[in-house]
Design a protein. Structure first.
Lengths: 347, 301
């Protein structure tokens, strides 16, 4: 399973496997996947470096999950190729897959088995020998903070602990690439915070290797994470984000880069009645979008028009019979960017 | 002034020794959109079950639309709608068939009412679509329709937009605001900050206690007393421990490529100096905006 002990026919691949370090951990070129007439993934390129957390965001049906399933090898692309840790996912399936850990939105575990038994099960189906799985499982359970609960039945775990068990199961083969498909849907904020601290820790300092494993991997190896999510607070924790629409990645960048696209173009309005404020803002020709957030409005304006609008809007609201109590430019959020990109025409 | 739609006084519920809801008090007025925020097990659902009259309070009382929630359950139930993610919609029925079925539960047989509901939630033209072929966002609209078919005055929404993207969420909330403008009172239970941001007032639950209830803006102002800083530095991981020890720093979190520092009053220069001394390279330190997640974590820890 592991990339060692290959000779002869596999020599070239082994060499390739060694030198990809200078390159990208994940490379996907021109990925296409069609389901009948639906172009679920329609020309996706990905270049992910070691140590990177990459977020795939986009609307329902934009192609996020299909992309993840192509990267796991659960689906075969109609076109394009995928290289993971230097291994071609289709020509060197076993080698490539041995470097991948995968946690889906609905990961399964055996509720009647204990934490340790669950991990053992996942370790053994991934081909870890009986001498390997125990020390490694303990290492990982300690990393996710479940080492004190190894004898507890999975069914008795809290939601947060179940999720950590899912993560531990995905990590037991010590993957270089961790694929997370909407992992925190249905999880409370404290648990989510903990989960993210683990993911970030994983890429910034991969789990310490014990002696036996250190022999196998002479080099300190970095880990990459690809995560799909509909939540922008989650996307903001990624190093880089790819925004998907209609099967394509239409924009890619760091959270700060993406937010900078709308710099100075979001205004916050407060006042009463909110309906009048809303209609008035909407009627302004330089306003692109108005969104209500409880007791305030967020208004997206055309580039370079913020100052003009801030001058004329108070008067427009007054003559419409509204009372404006606050008007200020605010930093754009990823949610603003998401909505602007969703509305944009990229075809 | 009309009387509040919900009045909760010292509402308490014990299960054996466990206090699920612990002497909570709040009022909700007509047309308000209230968020009820807390992690699993914090007492959100127990509160809602008492408001719906499904569970008897151990102490205190809840009045809903002028009726005692537990003693006048029938009156309450007729006037209240409830939408939950876990609620069963029949996958093999069409949109209209689902609405007709659930309308029947409330004794509604008026076809015009069903059609009105379809239009209200923006599913016109999809009346004959099978539920299983709806996207997540549209399914949620149908769930809302089912909760609205008997024209309730009070609507409970349980994580209504969980798992949907910002565009679908915004469309959903536009509907909610329309209902509120029409006088319907809305109470949203959620553990998603994204959802809570849309509410006019948000109550924060933790271990059965209502820790705070106010507008998102006021919560941010009153709970996060100092500045929020975004620190871009490397190595990042090390920076967490170092900054956590600094006076005036309340919490440091890793946020991908930077650190988020929640402070009760720490200056940029102090952080810069300390990080430099510990041989951490600082690229930039910027002021950030407090979020409801910061508020929540500040109250929760």
């Amino acid at each position: 399973m592991a990339p060692r002990g290959f000779h002869g026919a596999h020599r070239d691949q082994q060499v390739k496997g060694k030198f990809f370090m200078n390159d990208y951990l994940v490379q996907a070129n021109g990925l296409k996947k069609y389901f009948g007439n639906v172009h679920a993934v329609d020309g996706v390129d990905l270049n992910i470096k070691s140590g990177e957390i990459y977020g795939l965001v986009g609307s329902d049906g934009a192609g996020k999950t299909t992309t993840i399933r192509l990267l796991v090898g659960a689906l075969r692309p109609d076109q394009g190729d995928i290289t993971i840790c230097g291994y071609d996912l289709h020509k060197q399936v076993e080698l490539a897959r041995s470097t991948i850990g995968y946690l889906s939105q609905r990961f399964s575990m055996y509720e009647d088995l204990t934490v340790l038994e669950n991990i053992r099960f996942f370790a053994e189906i991934r081909g870890l020998s009986s001498t390997e799985w125990l020390p490694r499982s303990m290492e990982i359970l300690e990393f996710v903070g479940l080492d004190k609960f190894i004898d507890r039945r999975a069914g008795q775990l809290s939601g947060g602990m179940k999720q950590k068990l899912g993560l531990a199961s995905a990590l037991v083969t010590r993957p270089r690439l961790l694929l997370l498909d909407e992992p925190t849907t249905g999880v409370d904020p404290v648990t989510r915070q903990d989960f993210w601290q683990l993911v970030i820790k994983l890429v910034s300092q991969p789990i310490a290797h014990n002696t036996e494993n250190a022999k196998r991997n002479t080099q300190q190896e970095g880990v990459s994470v690809i995560i799909s999510t509909p939540y922008m607070d989650e996307a903001s924790r990624c190093h880089r984000i790819g925004f998907m629409k209609a099967g394509k990645i239409i924009t890619e960048g760091t959270p700060s880069n993406l937010r900078a696209q709308l710099a100075g173009r979001i205004l916050e309005l407060r006042g009463t009645p909110l309906q009048i404020l809303r209609h008035t803002a909407h009627a302004d020709k330089d306003v692109e979008d108005v969104a209500a957030f409880g007791d305030k409005l967020h208004v997206r304006v055309r580039a370079d028009k913020a100052e003009l609008i801030m001058k004329r809007l108070p008067e427009e609201i007054r003559s419409a019979g509204g009372v404006l109590t606050e008007l200020r430019a605010i930093p754009s959020t990823l949610e603003d960017v998401f909505i602007a990109l969703s509305e944009s025409d990229h075809d | 002034m009309t009387e509040p739609v919900i009045t909760v006084e010292n509402l308490t519920r014990r299960f054996g020794d466990f206090v699920a809801v612990d002497h909570i008090n709040f009022e909700v007025n007509a047309g308000e959109v209230i968020g009820y925020l807390g992690p699993n097990g914090s007492g959100k659902t127990t509160t809602i079950r008492m408001l719906l009259g499904l569970l008897e309070p151990t102490e205190g009382r809840a009045t809903v639309l002028g009726f005692d929630a537990f003693r006048q359950t029938e009156e309450v139930r007729k006037r209240v709608g409830y939408m939950s993610q876990k609620f069963a919609i029949y996958d093999d029925l069409t949109v209209r068939e689902n609405l007709t079925f659930y309308g029947g539960v409330y004794g509604i047989t008026d076809k015009a009412r069903i059609q009105h509901t379809v239009e209200l939630v923006g599913l016109k033209g999809h009346e004959s679509t099978l539920t299983k072929s709806l996207s997540t966002g549209w399914r949620q609209r149908l769930s809302l329709g089912i909760a609205l078919v008997h024209e309730p005055k009070l609507l409970f929404l349980d994580e209504p937009t969980s798992g949907v993207d910002p565009t679908a969420r915004r469309a959903f909330w536009d509907l909610i605001y329309e209902l509120a403008a029409g006088g319907v009172t809305i109470l949203v239970t959620t553990h998603y900050m994204d959802e809570a941001e849309y509410c006019e007032r948000v109550g924060v639950m933790r271990d059965g206690k209502l820790l705070a209830m106010d507008t998102p803006t006021n919560l941010k102002k009153s709970i996060i007393k100092g500045d929020v800083w975004e620190v871009y530095a490397h190595p990042l991981e090390h920076g967490v421990d170092i900054l956590s020890g600094l006076q005036g720093v309340d919490r440091v979190g890793l946020a991908g490529d930077h650190l988020r520092v929640i402070s009760s009053g720490v200056q940029k220069e102090a952080m810069q100096k300390l990080l430099n001394r510990e041989k951490i390279q600082v690229d930039k330190i910027e002021r950030g905006e407090p979020t409801l997640e910061d508020v929540f974590l500040a109250l929760a820890r």
